[in-house]
Design a protein around this ligand. Structure first.
Ligand code: CA
Length: 147
């Protein structure tokens, strides 16, 4: 089992899937790519990812409906979601933020910026995955140094 944060990419465009897989693996993250919201649900049922990178324009169930579904279930309510939208889809972006997506990027996006946003969301939602030092009173936990 990998100890890298796992990014579930929900994206139907092959060229973008390949760009995302390459950039995210270099980060490094563990990457799983699915091409529909339905496949994403089945993947999430078998194993919770650390974060979902969600294209809003998908064939079949939309990204917005997937995000709404995830937010309505106890097991996935806190699952970090970053939406990927086209610049023109402002209404979708607002809808996504309204139902509790954590962040969004617009296409065409810079992989470096995307990775920075994923790291920021992981730090906010799951501090133990971001490898930050945690201090509580006299205790100092450094996950990288394992001390
Ligand atoms: Ca799409």
């Amino acid at each position: 089992m990998s100890s890298l944060p796992k990014v579930l990419v929900v994206e139907d465009e092959v060229a973008i899937q390949e760009l995302l897989r390459y950039s995210l693996e270099q980060a490094p993250f563990a990457v799983v790519v699915v091409t529909s919201a339905e496949q994403a649900l089945s993947e999430i049922r078998s194993e919770l990812p650390s974060v979902v990178l969600l294209d809003l324009m998908l064939p079949g169930m939309s990204g917005i409906n997937l995000a709404r579904h995830l937010r309505a279930q106890g097991r996935t309510r806190e699952l970090p979601i970053i939406m990927v939208t086209a610049r023109a889809e402002e209404a979708d972006r607002i809808a996504g933020l309204n139902i509790g997506a954590d962040d969004y990027v617009t296409k065409p996006f810079s992989p470096t910026e995307l990775i920075a946003r994923i790291r920021a969301v992981l730090r906010r939602r799951a501090p133990h995955l971001a490898s930050d030092v945690v201090e509580a009173g006299p205790l100092r936990l450094d996950p990288q140094a394992r001390t």
